[in-house]
Write a protein that binds this ligand. Sequence first.
Ligand code: AMP
Length: 481
Amino acid sequence: MTFDDLGLSEALLRAVADQGYTRPTPIQMQAIPAVLAGGDLLAGAQTGSGKTAGFVLPMLQRLSTTASARGNGHRRPLRALILTPTRELAAQVDASVKAYGKHLKLASFALFGGVGFAPQVAQLRRGVDILVATPGRLLDHHARRNVDFSAVDILVLDEADRMLDMGFIADIKRVLALLPRKRQSLLFSATFSDDIRALAEKLLDQPRTIQATPRNSTVETISQRVHPVNRHEKAQLLSHLIGKNRWQQVLVFTRTKHGADKLVRSLEADRIRAVALHGNKSQNVRTKALADFKRSAVDVMVATDIAARGIDIDQLPHVVNYDLPNVPEDYVHRIGRTGRAGATGEAISLVCVDEHGFLRDIERLLKRPIAREVVPGFEPDPHAVAQPVFANRNRGRELTQKHAHSPAAPRGQHRAAHGNARQEPAHQRHTPSSSVHNRDGAQSRHHAQPRSSNVVTNGAARQSRSHSATSAGKRMGIAGR
Ligand code: AMP
């Protein structure tokens, strides 16, 4: 199947060709005709599947070929609303709308918190056909009467599972109550929990349901490895691996924002260029961190799951789980950032004794074991005793039975099933993260000691980097975005 077979207009086909896309992805093959047909849609798809074009292309076609039936007096009424969990994703989806709509006369705008209101108000006054927004800032503008929902024909919830994880459900419901009842609604989610199904029930009217395997679901093409290590030697081991193997473009996942910052400091002490990407950073800092990583000005980006979610930095050569995720599906999402069609990527997990239960859950999900490889000089203490990863037992609805009895947890110690939800604040306005502790508590003491001679830093590694910028940029699939 080609894009020509999907019923898209000539202007959109040209824009798709400009992007260099030759074939629609599976989600696009299914979603584009479904959305063009006008009904509601429930789609299972994750970052990397091509889902954005899956809803943006048919949305653009519908908006460009029909006039607003509910002109609200504004010469350019808001007709489509796309809600996203993160600012980065909003900016990225808006960039896609602009790219795919470049031969059309539709205006789009990304609206999110962390930046000033005034320019946003000015843009909203000028008129916008398509708004890509995070829920908190959108509601703030609605409360100030800067935005009018009365002509909205199409609503998209993008990465709905993450929106719920991040505590946006109340805001989503508030937005839904403000929209015209008669509209087309599309819900995209990587996973389908009971909460997502309940939301879909409320939001969607006789939806078509489609499911696409992610582009990188081929876990087989990704080389996976576990390095068992003591919890307080993880940072040192990471520096060692980066230096020895001369890795560039390494995406490292930590469980918490605090853990991400601490790790960046540690890497920098080893003269490895690193940045952190998480919700405690100002928007400008986050944008710069991402840009620096994409243009290879830094070698390592340390991110929390939610911060990394949605941003277009897949197809990296190396993904490192500095902390194993406690939600096994997040492991698949994370390692899906590496590898690409026909090439192998490398996903490495630094696993200490506290995380053996998480590892077992992940292997159960993958239905296969992951190879263990002890790095000489970093042998884990065979007598080490597991410590609980989550210190706060009262995480309410985020706990699940499944993880409450995870084997590595000491008796009675609960594990949170959606630790990510705590890493990033609802609305990204508040930061209630102090109740979550990464138990790598010994790390700060460890860093006060002289660093290991195992750490290969950095001269040779630096010299080998001449090829890095272009090839890494290509690997990341960021060209044209
Ligand atoms: P998404 O899942 O929407 O975030 O898209 C992931 C990446 O795939 C983005 O870099 C898109 O530009 C790219 N992409 C989307 N559709 C296609 C396609 N049909 N062919 C090749 N790349 C695509």
